[in-house]
Design a binder for this molecule. Structure first.
Ligand SMILES: Cc1cc2nc3c(=O)[nH]c(=O)nc-3n(C[C@H](O)[C@H](O)[C@H](O)COP(=O)(O)OP(=O)(O)OC[C@H]3O[C@@H](n4cnc5c(N)ncnc54)[C@H](O)[C@@H]3O)c2cc1C
Length: 428
């Protein structure tokens, strides 16, 4: 029987094609360690790998299986820079900080490729990304972005695509224009996750699945984490629960909230050579962003629909198929073989959240749909920090991330209203 994540709906195409997904034992009784990590996605596992590799005693727990959160189920797109375009960040933060944040993201991209290259983890990297616009009014903004990236951010890999080039690269006339990025690409997320967990285990990290942290507190100079399988006592801890933080730690919960995004994989496309002939991944300008690409075996992996409540939609496939048919009418009746969803951790300004939430306890998450490369790198940077180095995490710590309004009782309802309003604007 395939494993169904208890926290994310559907069995993903990634799980079906990962070949092996080793099990890790639950924590058996109480233990002491130098560093405790809660959450076995990219952030937590990278921290565990880099700490163990440097001789630190580290224990990592996950309430479910590694990759059951966003890291095993995402769109696989690296993107470039942070979630906000660098020239937008420039307006808000000034050129120097925006450039440092951009360079951090470039370091993240290199880090993931170097890490997987060094360990022979085949993440099926395919180069190329197209960012396309569904609104004519954005043309000036797109053109300016290409120029700013080359001139002020030293990134020469973007080019503006006119309507014809956009149509031929997509195999669709749905979008008006776009930007081509030859300096990034997309991957098989679960292959990265599984390869990373193996490396962390090999380096000596104690990895435990099916072990839920129930409470974290500071007691007599130590960090004490109560779990449903025993207690972990540590000198310091990392909270890497992202959108799944729940009630575990209130500061993180008030700054990182979940929205749900859904993906469908079609059967292998045959007879449609015009669909993404260059193999790039695509994201569009809608607030409820549509993101798609072809898999290595020739399927269309299409992400789009979002939900702002915890309920699982009864039928992910037909909604995704409808969105596919708007862009590719010839695929209106295409079979969707796998449909799944996951929770994206977002913050108010869509910038990552990184904070010491109690002495010795750091929380990192809320990459806002842009965490494939950043979460890996932030996990590595957390390890550097714990080993006493100065790191680029200081850049994230300095960002002013406000809490979501509404307090514990009302913030979900307010988020639902706000996001639904923005989603409506996609239709005008
Ligand atoms: C559908 C979807 C599409 C996406 N597409 C993209 C994309 O194309 N590009 C991109 O850059 N980003 C994308 N993202 C976002 C990206 O996947 C995430 O930013 C990244 O994976 C975050 O990794 P993480 O390790 O911080 O969190 P997660 O991978 O979410 O891991 C958190 C883990 O914490 C565990 N946990 C939570 N609470 C507890 C507890 N109390 N005790 C123990 N364990 C606990 C959970 O079980 C989970 O395994 C997407 C996300 C989704 C859901």
């Amino acid at each position: 029987m395939p494993w169904q994540s208890p926290i994310s709906p559907g069995i993903s195409w990634y799980e079906a094609t990962v070949l092996e997904r080793p099990d890790y034992p639950a924590l058996a009784g109480s233990c002491k360690t130098d560093v405790a990590i809660i959450g076995g996605g990219y952030t937590g596992l990278q921290a565990a790998y880099n700490l163990a590799k440097n001789g630190t005693d580290v224990a990592l727990i996950d309430a479910c299986r590694f990759g059951d959160g966003a890291s095993g189920r995402n769109g696989g797109q690296f993107g470039t820079g942070q979630r906000a375009w660098a020239d937008e960040a420039e307006e808000a933060l000034g050129h120097e900080r925006a450039k440092l944040l951009f360079e951090m993201a470039e370091n993240a991209k290199r880090y993931v490729l170097d890490f997987t290259g060094e360990h022979g983890i085949d993440i099926e990297f395919v180069p190329g990304q197209l960012s396309v616009s569904h609104k004519q009014s954005l043309e000036k903004y797109y053109r300016r972005h290409v120029e700013a990236m080359a001139e002020r951010f030293g990134y020469p890999h973007l080019s503006f695509m006119e309507r014809d080039e956009t149509a031929s690269r997509l195999g669709s006339h749905h979008y008006q224009f776009g930007i081509r990025d030859t300096g990034t690409g997309h991957i098989h997320p679960m292959k990265l996750l599984v390869g990373l967990a193996k490396q962390a285990s090999r380096a000596g990290a104690k990895l435990h699945e099916h072990t839920k942290a129930l409470k974290i507190e500071k007691k007599g100079g130590a960090i004490v984490i109560d779990t449903d399988r025993g207690t972990i006592t540590a000198d310091r801890a990392l909270i890497a629960c992202n959108a799944h933080i729940g009630n575990l730690e209130p500061v993180t919960a008030s700054h990182v909230m979940p929205i749900r995004s859904f993906i469908g994989a079609t059967k292998v496309l045959s007879g449609h050579p015009n669909v993404l002939p260059g193999g790039e991944s695509v994201d569009d300008s809608r607030f409820v962003v549509r993101y798609f690409r072809k898999s290595k075996d020739g399927r269309l992996l299409f992400g789009g629909r979002e939900a702002y409540t915890a309920d699982n939609p009864r039928d992910i496939s037909s909604h995704i198929r409808r969105q596919i048919s708007e862009i590719y009418p010839a695929l209106a009746n295409i079979e969707i073989t796998h449909a799944w969803g996951g929770s994206v951790g977002i913050t108010m300004p869509r910038q990552p959240f990184c904070r010491e939430v109690m002495p010795g306890v750091t929380s990192i998450g809320g990459y806002s749909g842009h965490g494939v490369m950043l979460s890996n790198y932030c996990g590595k940077l957390y390890a550097d920090l714990a080993l006493g180095k100065t790191t680029e995490l200081d850049l994230l710590k300095a960002l002013k991330i406000p809490a979501f309004p509404g307090g514990m009782r009302f913030r979900s309802a307010l988020l639902f209203l706000a996001l639904s309003w923005y989603a409506l604007r996609d239709r005008v």
